[in-house]
Design a protein around this ligand. Structure first.
Ligand code: ADP
Ligand code: MG
Length: 339
C-alpha cells in the first residue's frame, strides 16, 4: 500500500485560493479598498494603469501595521478581524477571511508600505508569487500603500483571459463606485493612467451620489426612510420617469456592503408597479442596516451574496417603504438637498 496524499506547498494553495478571490483587476481593487476602510482610513486613493493590468495601488491614511503584522498579513487565514467562529455573526468589518492579500501576492508582484501612528519609521515589503523578496525599514506616512503589479504574471492562461482595457476599466469603476457610495464619510480619489477620474470629498449621501453620477441626478432622487425593530432603510430611489432600459444604477447595500439580491431587487421593482414604462428598470441607492446576527455573509468568497434569517419580512418592509416614498413624492416632490 502506497501513500499518495501530500499537503500542497503554501504558494500552490494560495494560487488555488486566488482563483476564487481574484477574477480580474476589479477584484483586487475591491479587496484593497475594503482593507483601507477596515483600517479606518478617512482618505483613500486608488491609482491604476492599463485598467489595473499593470498597476493597482491603494493608498490609505488608516491605522497601518506593525512590522510583524505586515509580514503576517500575506499568510493565508491570517486576519485581525475575527478570532473565533462566533465572530462571523458579529461582523463590523468588510474582511474576515484573511485570504485576500495571500491570494493577490500569489499571482502578482506586490509592494507594501505601512506605518502606524506611534512608530517613527514604517516597513516596506516586496513579495512576488508568494516569495518575500525584501523587507526593509522606510520613511513613510501613517497608513498603508499596497501596489499590485503585473496581475496574473505567473498564470498566462488567466492573464490572456482578461478582457479589453475598456471592459476591465468598467469593472474597476463599478467596484470603486460601490465602495465610494457605501462610505460618503470617506474622501476617495481615483487616478486612471495619471488622470483624475473621481475626486469625492466627504459629503452626505445625496451629494455623494451626485458627485459620482453627475448633477442631473439630483432632481431624480426620491428619499426612502424607514426605521423598524428589524431593520433600518435609508437612501433614494430614482423617479419613475428616469427609469432606464438597462439595469444601470441599482445599488443595494446591507450594513455598508454592496449586495446582489434578485429577491430584494424584485421587492423594489414591484413597489414601482404601474409607474414604469414596459421594459424599463428603476434606479435605486438603498442601504439596509440589520443586526449582524441575522445575516450570513460567508456564502461566497467575494461576499456579494448574503443569507438573511427572515427574507420575507425584509421583502415586505422594503417594498412598503419604497411604495410609501413614491406615493408621497407624487403628492409633493421632495428636492431637499440636505437629506
Ligand atoms: P481580511 O481583510 O479578511 O482580514 P486580508 O488578506 O485582506 O484579510 O488582510 C489581512 C490582514 O492584513 C487584515 O486582517 C489586516 O489586519 C491587515 N491589513 C490589510 N490591509 C490593511 C490596511 N490597508 N491597513 C491596515 N491593515 C491592513
Ligand atoms: Mg481584506
Amino acid at each position: 500500500m502506497a501513500d499518495i496524499i501530500q499537503l500542497l506547498p503554501d504558494h500552490v494553495a494560495n494560487q488555488i485560493a486566488a482563483g476564487e478571490v481574484v477574477q480580474r483587476p476589479a477584484s483586487v481593487v475591491k479587496e484593497l479598498l475594503e482593507n483601507a476602510i477596515d483600517a479606518e482610513a478617512s482618505t483613500v486613493k486608488l491609482i491604476i494603469k492599463d485598467a489595473g493590468k499593470t498597476l493597482i495601488q491603494v493608498i490609505d491614511n488608516g491605522k497601518g501595521m506593525s512590522n510583524t503584522d505586515a509580514r503576517l498579513s500575506f499568510e493565508r487565514h491570517a486576519t485581525s478581524k475575527i478570532k473565533c467562529a462566533d465572530d462571523l455573526f458579529q461582523l463590523h468589518t468588510k474582511g474576515f477571511r484573511g485570504e485576500a492579500l495571500a491570494s493577490i501576492a500569489a499571482i502578482a508582484h506586490v509592494e507594501l508600505k505601512t506605518k502606524q501612528e506611534e512608530d517613527e519609521v514604517g516597513c516596506a515589503l516586496i513579495i512576488e508569487g508568494s516569495d518575500v523578496i525584501s523587507q526593509e525599514v522606510v520613511v513613510t506616512p501613517k497608513g498603508t500603500s499596497v501596489s499590485v503589479k503585473n496581475l496574473f504574471y505567473n498564470i498566462p492562461a488567466r492573464r490572456n483571459f482578461l478582457k479589453s482595457n475598456t471592459v476591465e476599466l468598467r469593472h474597476v469603476i463599478d467596484e470603486f463606485q460601490r465602495v465610494a457610495l457605501a462610505h460618503p464619510n470617506i474622501t476617495f480619489a481615483f487616478y486612471n493612467n495619471g488622470n483624475e477620474t473621481f475626486n469625492l470629498p466627504v459629503s452626505n449621501y445625496r451629494q455623494r451620489i451626485v458627485n459620482i453620477f453627475g448633477s442631473k441626478t439630483n432632481e431624480k432622487l426620491v428619499p426612502v426612510e424607514e426605521d423598524t425593530d428589524v431593520l433600518k432603510i435609508s437612501g433614494f430611489v430614482g423617479k419613475p420617469e428616469f427609469a432606464k432600459k438597462s439595469r444601470g444604477e441599482q445599488y443595494f447595500f446591507v450594513n455598508n456592503r454592496f449586495i446582489k439580491s434578485a429577491y430584494l431587487n424584485h421587492a423594489i421593482s414591484s413597489a414601482f408597479d404601474g409607474l414604469l414604462k414596459n421594459g424599463t428598470h428603476p434606479s435605486y441607492f438603498l442601504n439596509l442596516t440589520v443586526d449582524p446576527q441575522t445575516i450570513d455573509i460567508n456564502i461566497h468568497p467575494t461576499k456579494t451574496e448574503i443569507k438573511f434569517d427572515d427574507e420575507h419580512t425584509l421583502y415586505a418592509l422594503l417594498r412598503a417603504a419604497v411604495k410609501h416614498s413614491l406615493g408621497q413624492f407624487n403628492i409633493a416632490p421632495v428636492l431637499d438637498f440636505d437629506r
